[in-house]
Design a protein around this ligand. Structure first.
Ligand SMILES: [Zn+2]
Length: 273
């Protein structure tokens, strides 16, 4: 190799390493690329809790922060988890402004209540006809589900998918996500959810997730699989999911503002940026 070629080759190698070095160190930090922020999927608050025939909630499963709901309704009193209760109150108010009168028909149901309903239905029919969910499989046990109807349907005995043709149901489907709700049982997802189209059944999942799901018309079953895959892929690429969550929920750093001089006491103040 002659001297000039050797020099050029070395020079090229140096440039290449300068380009590659920052790239390799950058590659070590795995990026979270799923369109929903990681902390919304962690399910710490249980907003994504999945209840169906394959994922039964425990007999002792008690949702946190159950509060009374005082909204126009039938067959009360009603209770929901605080976040869902507040969101539903806002949804009712917005519907009213749009000229729709909504009625709350069903809300939180304990395992025991669901069990009684299920056993009664069994006794009446002699078999499980799929109308009443077995205990543990009801979305209502999460404290995040509400059955909402219009005046006419609230006075009927039963509910059918035909409610979906009413103006109130259409309004709810178009607007529920803005309040953090999804239509839990969509007509085209019956094979996946195992439940008929229930245009009255709203389920709270939080606004960011609700917007994502309603836009793509995902069932909670499909979404659960999707986000759990996203977490698994992140971890397979070397990402540390718990560390990412800690980072996202970290308190602002404490900043030393003042030091007491006389008695040597140190005062700490938290300054929120
Ligand atoms: Zn329901």
């Amino acid at each position: 190799m002659n001297e000039r070629i050797r020099e050029k080759w070395l020079c090229g190698l140096m440039i290449l390493s300068l380009v590659l070095l920052p790239l390799t160190s950058f590659a070590q930090a795995v990026e979270w690329t799923y369109p929903i922020s990681a902390d919304k999927l962690e399910n710490r608050n249980g907003f994504l809790v999945l209840a169906n025939r394959d994922n039964l909630l425990d007999k002792d499963f008690l949702p946190r922060n159950i509060v009374p709901v005082s909204l126009r309704g039938v067959s009360g009193p009603h209770e929901l988890r605080r976040e869902a209760a507040e969101a539903l109150t806002s949804l009712f108010a917005e519907a009213e402004r749009a000229g729709y009168e909504l009625y709350l028909k069903s809300s939180y149901r304990s395992w025991g209540t669901q069990n009684t309903m299920y056993q009664n239905r069994l006794e009446k029919n002699g078999k499980d006809d799929g109308v009443v969910a077995p205990p543990g499989s009801s979305d209502h046990q999460t404290g995040l589900a509400a059955d909402v109807l219009n005046r006419e349907w609230s006075r009927r005995d039963g509910m059918t998918p035909a409610f979906g043709e009413t103006a109130e149901a259409r309004w709810m489907e178009a607007n529920c996500a803005a309040f953090g709700f999804i239509i839990r049982y969509l007509p085209e997802k019956q094979d996946i959810t195992g439940i008929i189209y229930e245009p009255w059944h709203l389920r709270y999942v939080g606004p960011e997730v609700a917007a994502y799901m309603m836009e793509r018309r995902l069932s909670l079953e499909e979404f659960t699989e999707e986000y759990q895959n996203a977490i698994a892929e992140y971890e397979a690429a070397g990402g540390d999911y718990p560390a990412l969550l800690r980072e996202l929920s970290a308190l602002p750093p404490a900043i030393l503002m003042d030091e007491g001089e006389e008695d040597g006491e140190v005062s700490l103040f938290y300054k929120v940026p």
